[in-house]
Design a protein around this ligand. Structure first.
Ligand code: ADP
Length: 589
């Protein structure tokens, strides 16, 4: 009875312990299916349960997708997976390895490799580089030994398995399917994990001499032929949520594990950098983003933006070219019209100069009768003095005083005649327009001198200078003089048949605001309103020998100087008042 009691007690203690033991889930990447995974890993679970009885370890099989979900939902504490899958989840979930699986006689860091096989008679296939344009079978796109290791080697030898093969056929597990596809000639070559052909040969499932290995290499660490370097073995890892005490205990238990029946045991975590390098070169897993920053990747991702930018750029270029074209066309048009305008202006200038010249000649023509009379006077005086000298000489009364007096008078009269001729020549000269400071009262004086010098009985011409010293005029002196001459001559003409008191003429020069105004005032016949309306029209004349060009030319000259010419009847009696204005320029002191 006491023995039974003791037995019951022990049993209840065991159950109590079992109940208290915390549950630890080991998530396994069951890439070969649940059965294979369970059979592969059950010895490990059994070992851990024995080594750490305070925990209850159990196995949970997952495929890649559901293992990720289990980690996210914190359903597992430990993760057992292949190196590629591990580094992917290390980056994604912060998994951290606590031990790496070690095969007998093989360091954990150099345990996994791939072999690429073809049929023995395919003498055209020797190197991985020969696979360009060929059909290749592999397990799956994510299979570590069954695809990725060989894919990296192919890439290194210039054959991109994604684009340079005729076909990459993923046949799935078991891996023997790849070998069968090669055997049947469905593909030119196949990728399997290293040692599988040797293992199948040992089990009598194939004959090694029926196959050849591409880019074959041997490694002292592994008794099989390889096509790739060796990579670290599977790790066991903890998640961020795993209890650190549990992680430490499991690591301790694994590292102190004696080799199991199948020869497997655990060692310190290996360096998984080569796996990172592989994923980076293939631009997959945590390095998939590298695909996006290649020119093609960027183009694929940002094509709507690039297209938009391209459209904007093309539109901008088209716009710029169009604007350039328009600008150059408009510039040419502008240049042409400027040239045409310059030519027209120069023609106009020429014809204006011509007209002015003609008008001057016409004034001279009209005055020529009087001019002859004017010249006649000094010539007569000269003749008289010369004859007087001769007469005195003949009578012997020629004294040196008489000679001196006669010669002085003759010289004076010759000088007077020369002056008249000089003024006429100067007036009649043809010349181009200029802008110089002019002395308007001085010009009026000269005009008076010129005109009265040519007339036998000149009327009175009074010049009234009311100009302030600060107001000056920039003008073409001879042109302004011609205007004055025309206006004075017209005024004289208008009063020619009238009594002397109505013939007098007044010239006033004054400053009004910023203008200089010149008024030529007569007290003659004046003009009626009908005549006034046509006064400045070319060829309007009331004189039998008139041309009717004087006033239009005067108007053109004054307007070309920025001024104005106008006429109005005298406000305080008969006669006319002709006025012109010119802009006033401040003269510096
Ligand atoms: P022309 O002297 O050859 O006739 P103008 O153009 O100088 O040409 O003058 C045009 C006309 O204007 C003159 O014929 C004359 O009838 C009239 N006219 C000009 N000035 C006066 C004036 N001061 N008084 C009256 N009529 C004038």
């Amino acid at each position: 009875m006491p023995g039974r009691l003791a037995g019951l007690l022990a049993l209840s203690c065991f159950w109590a312990m079992q109940a208290a033991a915390s549950d630890v889930a080991i998530g396994v990447f069951a890439y070969q299916g649940e059965r294979a995974a369970t059979s592969d890993w059950t010895p490990l679970v059994r070992y851990l349960n024995k080594a750490l009885p305070e925990h209850h370890f159990r196995l949970e099989n997952y495929d890649a997708q559901s293992l990720r979900a289990a980690i996210t939902e914190q359903r597992i504490d430990l993760v057992l997976t292949n190196p590629g899958h591990y580094i992917t989840m290390e980056a994604e979930f912060g998994l951290s390895r606590i031990a790496t699986l070690a095969s007998p006689g093989m360091p954990a860091a150099r345990a996994l490799g791939s072999v690429v096989i073809t049929r023995a008679e395919r003498s055209d296939l020797n190197e991985l580089a020969d696979l360009a344009g060929k059909r290749v079978a592999a397990v799956a796109p994510e299979a570590f030994g069954g695809y990725l290791l060989a894919a990296r080697e192919m890439l290194r030898r210039g054959v991109d398995p994604e684009s340079d093969l005729k076909e990459i056929r993923f046949v799935g597990l078991p891996m023997a399917r790849v070998i069968e596809a090669v055997q049947r000639g469905e593909v030119d070559a196949g990728i399997v994990r290293a040692c599988l052909p040797e293992q199948m040969a040992r089990q009598g499932q194939l004959r090694l001499n029926e196959f050849r290995v591409l880019s074959a290499r041997q490694d002292s660490e592994i008794p099989c032929t390889l096509s790739t370097p060796l990579y670290p073995n599977w790790p066991i890892a903890v998640t961020r949520q795993t209890n650190p005490e549990l992680a430490k205990n499991v690591a301790h238990a694994l590292l102190s594990m004696i080799e199991a029946n199948d020869g497997l045991n655990w060692t310190v975590p290996a360096d998984y950098q080569p796996v990172h390098d592989l994923y980076r070169e293939l631009r997959i897993g945590p390095y998939a983003y590298l695909r996006e920053i290649t020119p093609e990747g960027l183009a694929r991702r940002f094509w709507p933006w690039l297209l938009g930018i391209l459209v904007v750029l093309v539109a901008w270029i088209v716009h710029t070219v169009r604007v350039e074209h328009l600008v150059s066309r408009r510039t040419a048009q502008l240049r042409d019209s400027l040239n045409a305008r310059e030519q027209a202006e120069s023609r106009m200038r020429e014809s204006q100069e011509q007209m002015e010249h003609l008008s001057r000649l016409s004034v001279l023509g009209e005055l020529s009768g009087n001019l002859a009379h004017e010249l006649n006077q000094p010539l007569t005086t000269i003749g008289t003095y010369a004859r007087t000298v001769l007469r005195r000489q003949a009578s012997g009364r020629l004294t040196p005083e008489a000679i001196s007096e006669a010669c002085t008078e003759i010289a004076n009269e010759a000088e007077r005649a020369g002056g008249i001729v000089q003024r006429i020549r100067h007036f009649a000269r043809k010349r181009a327009a200029v802008r110089d400071p002019v002395d308007l009262p001085g010009l009026a004086e000269e005009a008076r001198h010129l005109i009265t010098g040519m007339l036998a009985h000149p009327p009175e011409v009074r010049i009234d200078n009311r100009l302030s010293a600060r107001c000056g005029v920039l003008a073409d002196g001879p042109q302004i003089q011609q205007v004055l001459l025309n206006l004075i001559k017209n005024a004289i003409d208008a009063g020619r048949a009238l009594p002397a008191e109505r013939q007098s003429i007044q010239v006033i020069v004054e400053a009004v605001d910023n203008w200089v105004q010149v008024h030529v005032i007569d007290h003659a016949t004046g003009l009626d309103s009908g005549q006034l309306a046509h006064l400045f029209e070319p060829f309007f004349t009331t004189k039998p020998d008139g041309l009717g060009l004087g006033l239009p030319i005067c108007k053109t000259i004054i307007e070309a100087h920025g001024g104005r010419l106008w006429a109005e009847p005298n406000s305080d009696g008969p006669g006319m008042r002709f006025s012109f204005s010119l802009p006033c320029h401040e003269l510096s002191a």
